[in-house]
Design a protein around this ligand. Sequence first.
Ligand code: SF4
Length: 510
Amino acid sequence: MPSLYKPRYEADGTFAALDRLDEAAPTSVAGRIAADFETRVRGIRQIVPNIGIVFDRAQLEVMRGCTRGCRFCQAGMQSRPLRERAPDVAVAAAEAILRATGYEEVGLTSLSTADYTYVRQVASALHRRNPGVVISLPSTRVDAFTVELVDAIAPGGRRSGFTFAPEAGSQRLRDTINKGVSDEEIVRCAELAFGRGWSAVKLYFMIGLPGETTEDVLAIAGICRRVLEIGRRRHGGRAQVKANVSTFVPKATTPFQWDGQDSTDEIEAKVAQLRNALHGKGLVLSWHDPRSSLLEAALGRGDRRLNAVIVRAWRNGARLDAWDEHFKFGVWIQAFADEGLDPAWYAQRDIPTDEHLPWEHLGAGVSTDFLLRDRKLALAARTTADCHWGPCSNCGVPAATGFGCDTGDQGPRQMLISLGGDTDGGEAGAGPPSRRWRYVGPPGDARRSHADGTASIGAVASAAGANVDRDRAGRRGRPHYMLGMQMQSKDAEPNGLASPVEAAGGEKSG
Ligand code: SF4
């Protein structure tokens, strides 16, 4: 806010500090976190456009935050702590949204929906209670669980293309960015997807990642060819692999915020290498315009001086820049030049880690210490565990936000699934609930399938409504409870949680 803060710059143009103009203004600004995300849903009455749009369906955010820790991902770093909507709340909200909008399709969205603990239960209940409603999931995580999940949730759905995001072609670079996916997993996913009827697989990659070599770039072509071979065995000449390549954009409050972007010439050279290595029947390569990535990085790591650039570019006709046909790179370059600034300086410079950053007064939850530690691991191509299932890496979120984490080194969690009692077709949560305690582990964890002597999650999903009750006295009436932990929601009282119906209506706030 210009009335409260004034930025100061060094003679070389680097950011020096943000001076307060009013002593009452805080030195740092903390983000706000939805304390009741798990138990209450707002935004039931969604806008229904009267023209055809991409993703023309109702949307329900089922999980906020992500603990996978991809080092390039700003959303994953900024949206912690992880919060998952209680299953009965999610079902009631999805139904309320479908009623309010008239849509017959609902997308269960989040940064990584396959990681949503209750995804099968929620989808199963929605299918059972609303025959004909289509459920869609974004499918980008590379693991067998995701393929099986999408296949199970949309058994008769379109099989046009399955999307994975390995992000990098080589194992070393995937470890550098903390993607934690092996070649074997990619191959296994491709086998599963082609085997389940998909004839095309779309793979998302980035080029220009920190530490990238020519071998890493060419490894993209190698893995694409390997995947195509698998597809050919199943679908012959119909098999297709589409590689979509974008340019790495360093983002504020990520471990890679200090790393400069490749120049557009370097990116174009890498794209040319890939085009040479990746062509032929069944292979399709598309790439993002590196000039637009340059602007993304410049604006993403910019300071307040860029306000004038943005206004100038807009006055000179920059509109709808994300659409290729409207993108006017020259207008932007001229706007930077007119303000005496250089987009390459913002985007492509390696920033010393002891330099002050224009966004350091904005609390993102994760601490600078954590970002530096994680960057050091990146430089050594070492990974950081997903703290949802693995050990806590002390990212700083609890200290910064006051929220305790239900993630961490507790391992697979026991929790209450309370969907089962609602077989009467009424609102989720209506009628006497039946409950079931069970382990929930990461995909691939055997305990996920045979936890605590109970049936698999798949069995729970298919038999939702016939749950075996292992109710624990004193925990009745709680739609969502983590054994041995308190709810993340600071304001949620054990017996005072919003009912799913209230939650879906979003009428009350507290
Ligand atoms: S504090 Fe630990 S458990 Fe919580 S989000 Fe950060 S790394 Fe994960």
